[in-house]
Design a binder for this molecule. Structure first.
Ligand code: PXP
Length: 238
């Protein structure tokens, strides 16, 4: 059965907009678990634009499911991961100027560096995933490097419609089967929402979907009315 990893970076985005203490992503991880999240995903970025070091260490202590740390393959992040010991690490490409992770990691061009990096993480008993585009070469090289998982980038699928989306779905399906045949566990994510998720979730042997933006957007949509009512009641009752 396909499981759900909830990415809570956007909760931290709202907090960091004011550099205050709320909303606290650690508390929201608890709520995500209450709703059935099978794992909690956070991306600790080099620029710390949303998730902070304090968040990842508190999450590690408090969540009851699994912690998936998304990070760039840098020495700074390696040191943090080795201290934190998350259940698994997902290596992603990272550019300071991007709004969100734009493309998959180019494992093919960085093979030697990544092999050593992945080995270091595995020596600390951390399972390692590569966030890659659904491309045959990238899958083969992920296996060669020693990744345990891959996470297939579904951003392109999410941005297409009609026959183009169907073709991209086929590419994701074929990539999943190829990776499975090589012994890789397959996750997927990026841009998945309440309309487009089912076709990805029903791919045979799809392990976990990592979803953030649409879940947080939905939380605002279904929660705002209640929070306004509570404020209104404080203002209007003596
Ligand atoms: N997977 C990875 C590797 C990501 O970088 C992100 C975005 O932070 C997601 C999944 C979740 O994407 P979205 O927020 O579009 O659901």
């Amino acid at each position: 059965m396909t499981t759900l990893g909830v990415n809570i970076d956007h909760i931290a985005n709202v907090r960091q907009a004011r550099k205050t203490v709320e909303p606290d992503p650690v508390q929201f991880a608890f709520l995500a678990e209450l709703g059935g999240a099978d794992s909690i995903t956070v991306h600790l970025r080099e620029d710390r634009r949303h998730i902070q070091d304090r968040d990842v260490f508190l999450l590690k202590e408090t969540i009851k499911t699994k912690l998936n740390l998304e990070m760039a393959a840098t020495e700074e992040m390696l040191e943090i991961a080795q201290k934190l010991l998350p259940d698994y690490v997902t290596l992603v490409p990272e550019k300071r100027e991007e709004v969100t992770t734009e493309g998959g990691l180019d494992v093919k061009s960085n093979m030697k560096y990544l092999k050593n990096f992945v080995e270091n993480l595995k020596d600390s008993n951390i399972e390692v995933s590569a966030f890659i585009d659904p491309i045959v070469d990238q899958i083969n090289y992920s296996k060669e490097i020693g990744f345990d998982f891959i996470e297939l980038h579904t951003g392109k699928y999410a941005g297409l419609t009609g026959y183009d989306q169907y073709k991209e779905l086929q590419r994701i399906k074929e990539s999943t089967h190829l990776a499975n045949d090589l012994g890789l566990v397959v996750n997927a994510g990026h841009g998945l929402n309440y309309n487009n998720v089912r076709k990805i979730a029903s791919i045979n042997n799809m392990n976990e979907l990592n979803i953030g933006h649409s879940i947080v957007a939905r939380a605002l949509a279904i929660g705002l009315e209640k929070s306004v009512r509570e404020m209104k009641s404080l203002i209007t009752t003596n």
